[in-house]
Ligand binder design. Structure first.
Ligand code: HEC
Length: 159
C-alpha cells in the first residue's frame, strides 16, 4: 500500500508546474492508474484491494459496509493513525482487513480543490462527485485490503 500511495504522489507531482488544465489524458496519469494497480496487486496476492472514500469521486469507491464507515470516521478524527487491522466482516467470510489512510497533498488540489476549479473532464464525467473542497492534510480516503487467508496472530506481528 505504501508503494501504491507513492505511485499516486509521484504521478500527481508530475502535474505540478504545468500551466495547462489537466485533461482526460493527464487524469489517466494519476488516480485511474492507481485504481487499476490496486486491483492488480489484489489479484497477484489473492487479496481484494479497494480505494474507499466518504467524499468519493467514483461511486465504486463509496464505503461498502459499517466497518469501512467506522474506520474512515476514526482516521478523520485521529490524524496520527496511519493504518490498522480489523477482523473481516460477516459478508467477507474469513481473514482480516487492513486499512491505510490517504491524505490530501498540495499536488492533489489541481483536481480535488474547489468545486469550481475542477478540470472540465471531471465536472463532465463525475456528475455525483463529492471529492472536492478538500484541504491539504485532510483525510482524502483510504486503501482497504481484505486478506482472506491471514490469521490474526500474523497481523499482530507485522502491524
Ligand atoms: C489530474 C487530476 C487528479 C489529481 C491531480 C488527483 N486526483 Fe485523485 N482522482 C481523480 C479522478 C478523476 C478520480 C476518479 C478516478 C476513478 O474513476 O477511479 C480520483 C479518485 C481518487 C481517489 C479514489 C476515491 C474516489 O474519490 O473515487 C483517491 C483516494 C484520490 N483520488 C486521491 C488523490 C490524492 C491523494 C491525490 C494527490 C496526491 C490526487 N487524488 C490527485 C483526479 C485526480
Amino acid at each position: 500500500m505504501e508503494q501504491l500511495d507513492q505511485m499516486r504522489i509521484s504521478l500527481a507531482s508530475t502535474l505540478e508546474g504545468r500551466t495547462e488544465e489537466p485533461t482526460i489524458e493527464t487524469m489517466k496519469e494519476v488516480c485511474k492508474p492507481v485504481g487499476i494497480r490496486a486491483v492488480a496487486i489484489g489479484k497477484e496476492n489473492g487479496w481484494q484491494v479497494r480505494q474507499v472514500a466518504s467524499k468519493y469521486r467514483n461511486p465504486d469507491h463509496a464505503p461498502a459496509n459499517a466497518q469501512e464507515r467506522q474506520v474512515i470516521d476514526l482516521f478523520s478524527r485521529h490524524p496520527e493513525i496511519n493504518g490498522l487491522w480489523e477482523p473481516a466482516v460477516a459478508e467477507q467470510g474469513a481473514g482480516l482487513n487492513y486499512y491505510r489512510r490517504i491524505n490530501v497533498e498540495p499536488s492533489c488540489l489541481a483536481c480535488h480543490g474547489t468545486k469550481a476549479s475542477r478540470p472540465a473532464f471531471i465536472k463532465d464525467n463525475y456528475p455525483d462527485d463529492k471529492a472536492f473542497d478538500l484541504a491539504v492534510g485532510e483525510l482524502r480516503g483510504m486503501y482497504a485490503v481484505h486478506l482472506p487467508e491471514v490469521q490474526a496472530a500474523l497481523a499482530a506481528a507485522t502491524s
